[in-house]
Design a protein around this ligand. Structure first.
Ligand SMILES: Nc1ncnc2c1ncn2[C@@H]1O[C@H](COP(=O)(O)OP(=O)(O)O)[C@@H](O)[C@H]1O
Ligand SMILES: Cc1cn([C@H]2C[C@H](O)[C@@H](COP(=O)(O)O)O2)c(=O)[nH]c1=O
Length: 217
């Protein structure tokens, strides 16, 4: 039986790596897959992993119809055994419904990968629908860590190094590298407590160096 799989985790938890590994393992056994993504950091129509792997993919615009694409491919004699769908948090609710229909009506496996919540801690539209519809939901086993050492569960956005909680939902960006100056817009994974307190690594360091520690209520 085909299934709709949803793999989730914070930014930098290995989702795109797993997407590429999943594709590799299925392709190695002669299965034919299609890769999809949208707004990847590396640019259009690419699934890229921070481990250095990348693969061509189809870019998914907001009006893309997965059902129509797969049915057209099949009716033209093409073969589709599985779909790999990266950055699925950005897909629309309708697009996730189409993925579920592909699984049920065409018996094609769908492997979707994406973060659950945005920088404000709200569910993304695509992820919310995947939680509602997926046959299996898997949280990535490689844990991204907060600066305090606890498991990171939330994605914080920083602007010029300062954590923000208002702005556009979609802003492509990366996690700041420890050895580079902060980017204009970047992300940092945090545990819930430090996300609530807006305590990023940089701010924690500044606070610990201050003569009077801030009174955290
Ligand atoms: N230099 C490195 N050596 C080993 N592992 C690395 C290195 N750089 C990144 N990684 C691994 O890659 C993970 C990020 O993978 P990626 O697929 O890009 O994540 P995601 O798609 O979830 O944002 C990190 O959590 C880490 O485990
Ligand atoms: C939290 C959050 C993230 N994004 C963007 C930033 C990255 O380009 C992707 C996540 O990619 P990853 O492979 O999981 O690292 O999403 C965003 O647009 N809005 C947000 O709130």
């Amino acid at each position: 039986m085909a299934e709709l799989h949803f793999f989730t985790g914070t930014m930098d938890s290995g989702k795109s790596t797993l997407a590429l590994q999943t594709n590799h393992n299925h392709a190695a056994r002669g299965r034919v897959g299609k890769l999809f993504t949208t707004h990847d950091r590396a640019g259009e129509a690419t699934v890229s992993s921070r481990l250095g792997l990348a693969h061509d993919a189809m870019e998914v615009p907001e009006d893309f119809d997965f059902w129509r694409y797969v049915v057209t491919t099949l009716t033209q004699g093409g073969r589709v055994d599985y779909l790999i769908c990266d950055e699925a948090q950005f897909y629309t609710r309708d697009q996730v419904d189409q993925l579920a229909k592909i699984v049920d009506e065409l018996q094609i496996d769908v492997f979707a990968f994406g973060i659950l919540t945005d920088f404000r801690t709200h569910l993304f539209e695509g992820s919310a629908r995947l939680v509602e519809l997926a046959d299996r939901m898997n949280v990535l086993q490689v844990e991204a860590l907060c600066w305090c050492g606890k498991r990171a569960t939330h994605n914080a956005r920083t602007e010029n190094g300062v954590m923000v909680v208002e702005g556009e939902v979609i802003v492509v960006g990366d996690v700041d590298k420890a050895d580079e100056p902060p980017a204009d817009v970047a992300y940092e994974v945090l545990c819930r407590q430090h996300h609530r307190r807006r305590l990023t690594a940089a701010r924690a360091k500044a606070v610990s160096l201050a003569p009077e520690p801030l009174p955290f209520g």
